[in-house]
Design a protein around this ligand. Sequence first.
Ligand code: HEM
Length: 133
Amino acid sequence: MSKLSIWSIRLALICLIAGWAIGAVLMINRAWGLAGWPWKLVDLHVALVLFGWTLQVVVGVAYWMLPTFGGRSNRGREKAALMSVVAINLGIVWVVAGVFFSPAAPVVATVFWLVAVLSFGWHAWPRIKAFGA
Ligand code: HEM
């Protein structure tokens, strides 16, 4: 498995665990009405489970599994895939920062995730072909 896949899937798992843990805090807080501050974490919960986990695990697995060119390790536009993983995680970092500093952070994070989706599309497009073609 390539390093990029290993790291993106590992990061995705960390996001899944963190996202579910925050989800649990939100759920308990909703059930017992303990405090107001946990609601600041809803954006982070959504960022972690939808982008940190779902998008990132797709990128990691697809980068590994889509057909390659010629040799098994020639994956074509590799920098675009790297940019996608970096942008996903910068978006998460931005939302974490937003919990403490800026309410506008999810807007900036969304731009990062748009870059992530487009750059992964740019990477993957030529690899959507028959194996060996
Ligand atoms: C991969 C799995 C998950 C996904 C894709 C997901 C997605 C979401 C989304 C999109 C929202 C925002 C809903 C809104 O703004 O109306 C949300 C809110 C929430 N999630 Fe999750 N979630 C996941 C797992 C979990 C888990 C495991 C828990 C609890 C242990 C949880 C607890 C909550 C709670 C309590 C809210 C706030 C709901 C409210 O506004 O009352 N989530 N989730």
